[in-house]
Design a protein around this ligand. Structure first.
Ligand SMILES: [Zn+2]
Length: 406
């Protein structure tokens, strides 16, 4: 069995053991909690702890949070905002780990969780009784979910240390009643509590929620930094790091996802192939290729989440995120064709697509710019909720006819 798969199984086992043990702990068995820590340590081996230094970019936010942790002046409520994949949860969990750590480390005025104390191990295994990541069953939080998991839970004294940490992912998925329920807690939080709300759309939250939380907007990270990170941490070659970092547009989580996905590299090659052969394909053949390209991705994601999805019907099932990324990929590939045509080969994003670039360079400048126009138009139509199959069919027919723009 490859090391990666084995480690994943060990981690799952350890997590399960921790969960079982923490239930026992709820009933007052300290022994069970201790055992769970030992088991988790054994299972997870030398998996590195999440630390502030592991988070690239976000320098000023990290600095603020680390100083607040060091001086004991952490606020009771934060609102971390930014796109999906930008690192909101990772940052919040690291703050939680540092706050709960029994042996925090300090170097040059910077604090880090130690990574080895029982608290750190439990945070890592998502089983710390004083760190709660609030869950929801449906798309939106039910008001009772906020009441039970936060409002009523937060009045309980910390079980292990001196703090209780609450992370609320997708906080804008709280309706008005749920937000109002939370508001009371935000107005008078217990002294030991720290609440961290995460949101992609912070402006969708009630102004009263926004004003009672300290805003922490996460920023995109410079491409060069992401490339370096991918090469060092994900151990991928420079040209792949460049591909992933370019497409991720400053979003570290997304870049890592591209870097780890074997499917992504394959998707790029298959898309190049589709574009190269476009003229020889019939419309049903094009649609079939798109199905394979986009819905294979969906299957991979669904398997990862260990849940079964109903049978696929159309390209819409690929999901908005996947479709948006596919259109980004089409734009990047078309730009590459322009770059190649201009003779600036050292500036190609996908350096190993020479056959594709040669073929595309046969198109005129107008035709290539026209393609970018068509892709942007498709993007607008998709965001206006036009039928996905129709939009993509029109896009590829348009490209096949080499309709030009402007
Ligand atoms: Zn620790």
């Amino acid at each position: 069995m490859p090391g990666k798969a084995k480690r994943a199984i060990q981690q799952r086992e350890a997590k399960r053991a921790m969960r079982i043990a923490s239930y026992a702990d709820d009933r007052g068995s300290c022994e069970a909690a201790k055992r769970s820590v030992i088991m988790a340590k054994r299972g997870q081996g030398k998996t590195s702890m999440m630390k502030f230094t592991d988070i690239i970019g976000q320098e000023s936010l990290k600095h603020n949070l680390q100083s607040a942790l060091l001086t004991g002046r952490l606020s009771h409520a934060y609102l971390f905002s930014g796109d999906e994949g930008i690192g909101k949860k990772m940052l919040a969990r690291t703050v939680g780990a540092a706050l709960l750590c029994q042996n925090p480390q300090e170097t040059d005025g910077r604090i880090e969780p130690c990574g080895t104390c029982p608290s750190c191990v439990m945070v890592q295994g998502d089983t710390h009784p004083d760190l709660r990541i609030v869950q929801k069953e449906k798309t939106n939080y039910a008001v009772d979910e906020i009441r039970e998991q936060v409002v009523q839970d937060i009045v309980l004294q910390p079980m292990i240390g001196e703090h209780r940490v609450y992370i609320i992912p997708e906080a804008d998925r709280m309706g008005i009643p749920a937000q109002n329920a939370l508001l009371k807690t935000l107005e008078e939080p217990p002294s030991y509590a720290c609440l961290m709300l995460l949101s992609e759309r912070p402006q969708a939250l009630l102004p009263t929620i926004q004003s009672r939380t300290v805003g922490m907007p996460l920023k995109t990270v410079p491409q060069a930094k992401i490339e370096q990170y991918l090469m060092e941490r994900e151990r991928i070659p420079d040209y792949r790091a460049r591909e992933c970092a370019t497409l991720a547009e400053g979003n570290v989580g997304r870049a890592i996802e591209y870097a780890r996905s074997e499917r992504f590299a394959e998707q790029v090659r298959q898309t190049m192939k589709l574009l190269t052969e476009l003229k020889e394909l019939s419309t049903p053949q094009i649609m079939e290729r798109l199905q394979t390209l986009l819905l294979a991705a969906e299957t991979e994601e669904a398997e990862g989440a260990e849940e079964k999805k109903p049978k696929k019907k159309g390209l819409k099932d690929a999901g908005d995120r996947e479709l948006a990324r596919f259109l980004d990929l089409l734009i990047t590939l078309t730009r590459d064709a322009l770059v190649f045509k201009a003779g600036a080969e050292n500036r190609l994003v996908f350096a190993d697509g020479e056959a594709y670039d040669r073929e595309m360079a046969c198109l005129s400048w107008e035709q290539l710019y026209g393609r970018i126009g068509l892709i942007r138009e498709a993007r607008e139509r998709l965001s206006a909720n036009v039928n996905t199959d129709l939009v993509l069919e029109l896009l590829f027919l348009g490209m096949r006819m080499e309709k030009t723009y402007g």
